[in-house]
Design a protein around this ligand. Structure first.
Ligand code: FAD
Length: 385
């Protein structure tokens, strides 16, 4: 039978980062299993690629800080481009609650070493993006090192580097079962045969609850559809501008090549494995877009170029990273709730630390353990995009 020190299920950006960080720390007998013929067919290939340190909870701020620093050195360290573009994130507040929220976040970010989040006035905002309707904007925050990466390229970089160090990747291979003996991981069964191992990393994204169930463990991760709409080439907005977040509706947008990428999370969306794009979404998002950026009413949209993907949601919108309490050798790196790309460097590092050393110096990982849901120790992040 095939053997591996660690089997990682899922080769998206998270599984790839875990493989890289394990190999980097000397654990190279790692086998990554992916059911698709290519990497990136899950949520990673559907992502908007946004990275930001502007979060509200300390653990998310810490994960972002480490990750953005990593992205800034990625090409050199990994030997593959991340295409990190530090164009910033600009939050636009339209009421006093938004302002108070941004102020409290900024203090927390500052205390944790993210010292470059600037307080901006409505006038500053209009200077950055003159096409915004700003009559109701009261101010906001801007962090110049927030920005974008190419999620596919980051994923490939992590995996190529891990494979150079000895990790293996089996594509076109579905995990069909996990055998546990005396509460300890024993075998992973796949469509290509069985693998004997004592450690399994669940990096199966939106499908992670099913993998946990195979080992008899519980994991509160639910799929939730998110849809993105690119415009046709559009030159009535600057060539370079930050990700802009209209806090009054949650509508946000950024430049993507010659066009603009429009995003809005419909609060009426319900959980489920829905990956088809709903064409009625175009009108909903364009209404919000034109309300904040009137020139966007003139943008062309081809619904066939729009797409949908899955967020992997947890009840408190924070990741679950750490060992499964009831199955020895099973580790979760799941439930990123829409932040899996930006947090991929930190999550791979923390997972590798926990597997190899039992603790991580990067963050207090116990707060991300799955036990928090049973113990009622939920973390609440409100800055979810
Ligand atoms: C529209 C949209 C926009 C987003 N925008 C952002 C953003 O701006 N910034 C950000 O940080 N995040 C964003 N996200 C979230 C981000 O894409 C995810 O959090 C991240 O990609 C999760 O990576 P992953 O590797 O855990 O999951 P995935 O990329 O989904 O990888 C999981 C892999 O597991 C495989 N798998 C599942 N079951 C099995 C099995 N039984 N056997 C073998 N393989 C299996 C799947 O095929 C898949 O390849 C966005 C998501 C969407 C949908």
């Amino acid at each position: 039978m095939e053997t591996a020190d660690v089997v990682i299920i899922g080769s998206g950006i998270v599984g790839s980062s875990v493989a890289y960080h394990l190999a980097q720390q000397g654990c190279t007998n790692v086998l990554v299993i992916e059911r698709e013929a290519h990497q990136g067919k899950g949520s990673t290939g559907k992502s908007m690629g946004g990275v930001r340190a502007q979060f509200s909870t300390p653990v998310n701020i810490q994960m972002s800080k480490y990750s953005i620093d990593f992205f800034s050195k990625f090409d050199e360290v990994i030997g593959h481009p991340a295409d990190y573009r530090a164009h910033g994130y600009l939050f636009c507040a339209t009421n006093q609650n938004h302002l108070a929220y941004l102020k409290a976040n900024r203090e927390r970010q500052n205390a944790l070493g993210v010292t470059n989040v600037e307080w901006v006035t409505a006038e500053d905002i209009v200077k950055m993006v003159p096409q915004l309707r700003a009559d109701d904007i009261l101010g906001g925050t801007f962090c110049p090192t927030d920005g974008f990466v190419d999620p596919h390229s980051v994923m490939m970089g992590f995996m190529l580097n891990a494979r150079e160090k000895g990790a293996r990747l089996w594509l076109d291979t579905e995990v069909t079962g996990i055998e546990v003996e005396n509460d300890q991981i024993k075998t992973v069964n796949t469509s290509r045969g069985s693998i004997s191992t004592r450690i399994v990393v669940n990096a199966a994204g939106a499908w992670a609850a099913k993998i946990a169930e195979m080992a008899g463990a519980e994991l509160p991760v639910e799929p939730l559809r998110r849809q993105l709409v690119p415009t046709e080439p559009f030159d009535q907005l600057p060539q370079r501008f930050p990700m802009v977040i209209d806090m009054s509706t949650g509508f946000h947008f950024r430049r993507e090549g010659k066009g603009i990428l429009l995003a809005w999370n419909d609060p009426k969306e319900t959980p489920g494995f829905k990956t088809e794009f709903d064409t009625t979404f175009v009108e909903k998002i364009l209404t919000r877009a034109a309300s904040r950026v009137p020139v966007l009413a003139e943008a062309g949209v081809n619904p066939r170029r729009a797409w949908a993907g899955l967020y992997e949601m947890t009840p408190d919108h924070h990741a679950i990273i750490g060992p499964a309490p009831t199955v020895e050798g099973l580790y979760f790196v799941n439930g990123f709730s829409g932040h899996g790309v930006m947090h991929s460097p930190a999550s791979g590092r923390v997972a590798a630390d926990l597997i190899l050393n039992g603790h991580s110096n990067l963050i207090d990982a116990t707060q991300l353990g799955v036990e928090r849901f049973k113990e009622g120790k939920l973390l609440e992040e409100t800055a979810i995009l």
